[in-house]
Design a protein around this ligand. Structure first.
Ligand SMILES: [Zn+2]
Length: 247
């Protein structure tokens, strides 16, 4: 089997070939997840990523659930949970694995990446250099929640995160404080969580799609860095839903 980069991860074996995460719409490709640097239409992807595709780029693709093996262009293709964002997948092509972006710790809106026995591996190593040595995720989350508790005593707080992935993780995290979360209109159109984690946004009236609170002005445009903002406010007493006009 031969692998090279050619507008995507091109896997070839004799006369067979398949391209993974192509940079442009490619019928018959395989797409790992819904971040814009990986997402194109026309390919095979998880049903969750297909939902994200329809919202973020439009177009269509072929749905393939996690763990279901199909034969495609002469290869055996299986998608495995990458633990990166809602619907993200590692792509197994015969005994070769392309991880895409992956996370063995997982998150509130997805499962986690698990080891695979393979003959060949391509890792999407955005932070692969030894200089990148991040603290444990649970420590960062605890620090953020402690900081947020202090800041909320003085009024609403705005948090920034990419509109797909980071924002939903932040919503789930902030919900642990029993805090009502207001999100931008665009963020609330994106799928929130996998089944079993819907309770993470129960403070905002909808089990899957968070809605903005009527109390907090929600920015209508993204900040210059391309991230999206969440506003939070203390919800006294028990968790409650927002009421009044919706945006
Ligand atoms: Zn990604």
């Amino acid at each position: 089997m031969r692998v090279r980069y050619e507008g995507g991860i091109l896997v070839q074996d004799l006369l067979k070939e398949v391209i993974l995460d192509p940079v442009r719409k490619t019928p018959g490709s395989v797409v790992s997840h819904g971040h814009m640097d990986h997402l194109t239409s026309g390919g095979i992807m998880t049903p969750e990523t297909l939902d994200v595709l329809k919202i973020r780029r439009g177009g269509s693709g072929r749905s393939l659930p996690y763990g279901k093996e199909i034969e495609h262009n002469g290869f055996r293709i299986v998608l495995k949970d990458a633990g990166h964002v809602f619907g993200s997948a590692m792509i197994r092509v015969d005994d070769f694995l392309y991880t895409g972006d992956f996370n063995p710790e997982g998150g509130a809106t997805c499962g986690k990446a698990r080891p695979e026995f393979v003959e060949g591996l391509i890792v999407d190593a955005t932070y692969g250099r030894p200089g990148y040595n991040f603290p444990p995720k649970k420590d960062v989350e605890a620090d953020l929640l402690n900081w947020l508790e202090m800041e909320l005593a003085n009024g609403p707080v705005a948090l920034a995160g990419y509109e797909f992935g980071k924002s939903q993780e932040l919503i789930a995290l902030v919900n642990r404080l029993g805090v009502e979360v207001a999100v931008s209109t665009r963020s609330r159109t994106l799928p929130m969580s996998m089944s079993g984690t819907e309770s993470t946004c129960s403070t905002v009236d909808c089990p899957r799609f968070p809605r903005p609170s009527e109390k907090i002005p929600v920015p209508t445009s993204s900040p210059p860095d391309g991230s999206d903002r969440l506003s939070t406010t203390r919800c006294p007493g028990s968790v409650r839903s927002a009421s009044g006009p919706r945006m």
